[in-house]
Design a protein around this ligand. Structure first.
Ligand SMILES: Nc1ncnc2c1ncn2[C@@H]1O[C@H](COP(=O)(O)OP(=O)(O)OP(=O)(O)O)[C@@H](O)[C@H]1O
Ligand SMILES: [Mg+2]
Length: 269
């Protein structure tokens, strides 16, 4: 088993009232699997992802439970030891693609960033790896884009740059936190196809976070439904989508605007 999360909890202590954002979250993932996490806004999806990546400062929250990656519990690791895993073994694409790219830095340098932390490569070797990752992320003309700045790219292209940066070290697990939410449906579908291709070609496991159960169904074999920090339902994506057990899951499915509704007009969001 690649990832074995046992009763992961995140309890924030930085506000007046202590707040449990993630409450005993458990999940097992094999290599090459694509698993989805769905749930309404505030249900704890991002905090689960951040906790797995070791991105929640210990001064702000107590992170408890276990998160075994290839048998090693990541949660108690000191910062330096954790850094060896970040980017190389597991990697994350953040929810806000526009704020995650540095506007003053060329695309190529941003894709290469993780390469500076892991190992000593020559500039030529770094560039080769960056171009390969950009190609894998479905960016046209990587060589040309390498020297450009984020503002010269469309939203979809910028998201592909984020994907390339996350993949540059070929991690075994990619955590994608609402990677397409800000994009229009056509671009969204294209990026989902790219993630599928990456999974097939590279065997990269993907933990895919979304509030949209329909998107998750198209991509994931299994899905975890979260509500108020807890898992309320989990199972094969087909089953959860077509035969949901929980009212909350039914609500999530119903809240997705259908094509029929959109055609009918007036009823959509
Ligand atoms: N520093 C903090 N202190 C206290 N509570 C916090 C802090 N950061 C986040 N939270 C709370 O944790 C809960 C879970 O947040 P999280 O970002 O994981 O939700 P989410 O499921 O990713 O939502 P969305 O779909 O909007 O991205 C929210 O209720 C949020 O207000
Ligand atoms: Mg979130």
């Amino acid at each position: 088993m690649m990832l074995d999360v046992q009763e992961l909890s995140v309890a924030f202590t930085d506000r007046q009232e202590p707040f449990t954002a993630v409450d005993k979250f458990s999940l097992q993932m094999d290599r090459g699997e694509i698993v989805g996490i769905v749930g309404e806004s505030g249900s704890g999806k991002s905090m689960t992802a951040h906790a797995l990546m070791g991105l929640i400062p210990r001064s702000r929250a107590a992170v408890t439970g276990r998160a075994l990656f290839e048998g090693v519990d990541l949660l108690p690791l000191p910062r330096e030891a954790l850094r060896q895993y970040q980017g190389r073994d597991l990697s994350i694409i953040f929810q806000e693609p526009m704020t995650s790219l540095n506007p003053t830095m060329r695309i190529g340098k941003q894709v290469e960033e993780a390469l500076f932390i892991h190992g000593k490569l020559s500039p030529g070797e770094r560039k080769a790896k960056a171009l390969a990752a950009m190609e894998l992320a479905g960016l046209p003309d990587p060589e040309g884009l390498y020297r450009q700045y984020p503002h010269q790219l469309s939203g979809g292209m910028r998201q592909r740059v984020m994907i390339a940066a996350a993949l540059v070290l070929r991690p075994r697990l990619l955590i994608a936190d609402e990677p397409t939410t800000a994009l229009d449906v056509t671009i969204q579908a294209q990026i989902l196809d790219t993630l599928k291709d990456i999974n097939r070609q590279e065997g990269t496991a993907i933990l895919f976070i979304s509030h949209d159960l329909g998107v998750v169904k198209a991509l994931c074999s299994r899905v975890v439904v979260m509500k108020q920090g807890r898992i309320v339902e989990t199972g094969p994506a087909e089953q959860v989508f077509h035969h949901p057990r929980e009212d909350y899951t039914k609500l999530l499915i119903a809240s997705r605007p259908s094509r029929k509704k959109l055609r009918g007009g007036g009823e959509h969001e």
